[in-house]
Write a protein that binds this ligand. Structure first.
Ligand SMILES: Nc1ncnc2c1ncn2[C@@H]1O[C@H](COP(=O)(O)OP(=O)(O)OP(=O)(O)O)[C@@H](O)[C@H]1O
Ligand SMILES: [Mg+2]
Length: 241
């Protein structure tokens, strides 16, 4: 299988008060298409920074990031935004849904950005909501009328509506109770089964074992990179209700 992501000697620093703060200090790995990776590590080790770089939300300071074999540092901002919108779905710990905006308008945001004709939106939104186990009738509601687990599944529906090859999730179960968290992990495992490459940041060992490979970061470098020996699968009955 070909590598969908390859990073070589990736560095990222932030400039704070004119001082350079190094956060990623030379990261190397390759991810074959269809893999499910968990990134773990202590707070401040650079997990979110790495995910944001992989999601093209932020540019690395130096090093190489090949996405589908293409060197991303050579893309201008416009091309970068296009690749981000079409190939990458992002899921955040705090859901990041638009408040006082219907579920329908939240989920179809990527379609608006990629100029998908409006006549196709409703059908695509319903399909995305159903694929994360939500009743499509929810589409008129607003985020505040849903539970945390439902809101996170709406956020996943938004992330997958353009059928991105890569799904990046930064502690997607961090704000959820264990049952809602299990539902979210089930949705991610189902998407992985359909062929999506998934990279998930988590603090919880039990959550990381749903992946097939775990990368541990420590102070901005890879401390370990291992296959999961006994991968966990969320049982179906935990998924719906
Ligand atoms: N925009 C920024 N400007 C300056 N420093 C930053 C910025 N974003 C992150 N940092 C710093 O970079 C380091 C790594 O942050 P990062 O958010 O990647 O860690 P993390 O591993 O995701 O931690 P957590 O588990 O707490 O989410 C931290 O020391 C943080 O303060
Ligand atoms: Mg983080």
């Amino acid at each position: 299988m070909s590598n969908i992501i390859e990073v070589k000697n990736l560095h990222k620093s932030y400039i704070v008060d004119e001082k350079e703060i190094p956060v990623l200090n030379g990261i190397d790995f390759a991810i074959p298409e269809g893999q499910f990776i968990a990134i773990m590590g202590p707070s401040g080790s650079g997990k979110s920074t790495l995910l944001y770089s992989l999601g093209l939300l932020d540019r690395p300071t130096s090093g190489h990031y090949f996405l589908n074999g293409k060197e991303t540092s050579k893309l201008d901002d416009k091309k970068l935004a296009k690749v981000r919108n079409e190939e990458i779905g992002f899921i955040f710990q705090s859901f990041n849904l638009l408040r006082r905006t219907s579920i329908y308008d939240n989920v179809r945001v990527p379609l608006v950005y990629s100029n998908v004709p409006e006549s196709k939106h409703k059908e695509m939104v319903i399909k995305a909501l159903e694929s994360v186990g939500l009743d499509a009738k929810l589409y008129k509601k607003q985020p505040s009328q849903l539970s945390g687990g439902e809101q996170q599944r709406v956020a996943i529906a938004r992330a997958i509506i353009n059928n991105p090859t890569i799904i990046l999730a930064d502690e997607p179960t961090g704000n959820l109770d264990s049952k809602s968290g299990a539902m979210v992990m089930k949705v991610l495992q189902d998407l992985n089964k359909k062929g999506h490459t998934i990279i998930l940041v988590t603090h919880e060992t039990s959550t990381s074992e749903h992946a097939d490979r775990i990368i541990h970061l420590l102070d901005g470098v890879i401390d370990s990179d291992k296959k999961v020996a006994n991968r966990r699968y969320v049982e179906k009955e935990k998924y719906i209700k």
